[in-house]
Design a protein around this ligand. Structure first.
Ligand code: UDX
Length: 421
């Protein structure tokens, strides 16, 4: 099939490359000409396992990128993969979805055959039917266009693998034929397909992310109670997660969740619910717990080593999780801000994310290795699960005292004082 992917960012590029890998002909429409050129040259502008190999094989051949919407007219389907960043009030900013819908509509004015417009961007329930469908139809000036909503469930770092081995493929559609057209694109993948309406598909994405975020905040709240009782929340959640109705995943307590999806999507769902006159008490609490959790780490540190003024604190892990340089909503940001507020000197280290964090905190110390950050430190906070942090052991001898607060339970070495969560 011939597919256009609108947006060559993280979701669009992975989706386009994987569709090419499945044998389709893919054109990516990307407004940033430099990014488009990089894709055509087979260079991935993002760090994603398996993506380089796909680009090497298909870029410039079955996978092309360009800045104009021309290829839409010839394509069987177009996938909208543009960003939906948070607006100031927590709601999703849909301006890029609206612009893409208009441009797809204009391009389809010249198209003759059937075409299905598929929204893959995470959009608040009601957006495809209420915004995308009318915008495309108005600008296309013709009616025989199908519409579908097909959310992505890709984890950063594992996106190619998640795309090729999904737990399920969700296809919401306005009519049977549009749903069939999307299902045909995924033939070759073995996964159950969930067919539903446009708005239900949008809600499945939000509800999935909100439930995963809820599991994490729940574990954090239980973890805080466990801390007061002097028991181990990891032992507790292991016992809880063995119930197949719960599942063992996303129960790790610690610093809380960050990233480009969970905080933004839960906030957007809260905002949507409030707009509908609902009182989303549980979802608001999920965000509250997540906002407080990094400050609790700093509180635990102060309980352990006293006043932080003038103390040197090593912060290991700056991105929102390991194996990425993405610092969006990283829990390290509120932690570092709080350490500075309390007068501590920070020595920060991350295998990938130091350049990104320098833009947020230009004035703190950055170390070239975990050992350098730990040298002479009064305490250490571990924020992410980098394997190289789990392997640390003798390096803790470089500290003034071996006080470590773990935001993720990853350390295996003995003799550390004050490991928490
Ligand atoms: C997530 C979803 O997993 C994916 O399905 C969705 O489409 C996009 O958002 P991602 O943001 O890449 O993917 O990160 P993920 O690996 O899910 O982790 C999110 C955050 O939760 C990270 O900060 C992580 O450290 C934290 N986390 C995760 C916990 O604090 N505890 C856990 O048990 C699991």
């Amino acid at each position: 099939m011939r597919i256009t992917v609108v947006g060559g960012g993280y979701v669009g590029l992975v989706t386009g490359a994987c569709f090419a890998g499945l044998g389709h002909t893919v054109d990516i429409v990307e407004i940033d000409a430099e990014k488009a050129a990089a894709i055509n040259a087979g260079r991935a502008p993002i760090h994603e396992r398996g993506l380089d190999a796909l680009l090497e094989k298909h870029a410039g051949k079955r996978l092309r990128a360009g800045t104009d919407y021309g290829p839409v007219a010839e394509a069987d389907l177009s996938f909208v993969c543009v960003g939906t960043p948070p607006a100031a009030d927590g709601s999703a900013d849909l301006s890029m979805v609206a612009a893409a819908s208009r441009s797809i509509g204009e391009a389809l004015r010249d198209g003759k055959g059937s075409h299905t417009v598929v929204v893959k961007s995470t959009v608040p329930p009601g957006t495809t039917a209420g915004l995308v469908v009318p915008a495309v139809l108005e600008h296309a000036g013709r009616d025989e266009i199908g519409f579908a909503m097909n959310p992505e469930f890709l984890r950063e770092g594992l996106a190619v693998d998640d795309f090729l081995h999904p737990d399920r493929i969700v296809i919401g559609s306005r009519d049977e034929n549009s749903g069939e057209a999307v299902a045909a694109v995924y033939r070759g993948l073995s996964a159950p397909v969930v067919r539903c309406g446009l708005t239900a598909a949008e809600m499945i994405k939000y509800a999935s992310n909100a439930l995963l975020a809820t599991k994490i905040s729940f574990s954090n709240e239980v973890g805080n109670i466990c801390k007061s009782l002097g028991i181990d929340v990891y032992e507790v959640m292991e016992g809880v997660g063995m119930d197949h109705r719960v599942s063992p995943h996303f129960l790790s307590a610690g610093a809380g969740f960050g990233g480009s999806c969970f905080p933004k999507d839960v906030a957007a769902l809260v905002s949507l619910a409030e707009g509908l006159g609902e009182e989303p008490a549980l979802l608001r609490s999920v965000l509250d717990v997540n906002d407080r959790q990094p400050l609790r780490m700093v509180g635990l540190l102060e309980e352990r080593i006293g006043d932080l003024a003038g103390k040197r604190v090593a912060v290991l892990g700056l991105a929102f999780k390991d194996n990425t340089d993405d610092i969006r909503e990283s829990r390290a940001i509120p932690v570092i801000a709080e350490l500075l507020r309390r007068g501590a000197a920070v020595a920060a280290y991350d295998p990938l994310a130091v350049p990104s964090m320098r833009r947020v905190f230009p004035g703190i110390g950055y170390a070239a290795s975990a050992a350098d950050a730990l040298r002479g430190a009064d305490a250490c906070l571990v924020m992410t699960e980098w394997p190289e942090f789990s392997a640390l052991n003798g390096e803790f001898d470089l500290m003034k005292s071996r006080v470590v607060i773990e935001g993720r339970r990853i350390l295996a070495c003995d003799g550390i004082e004050g490991i928490c969560w």
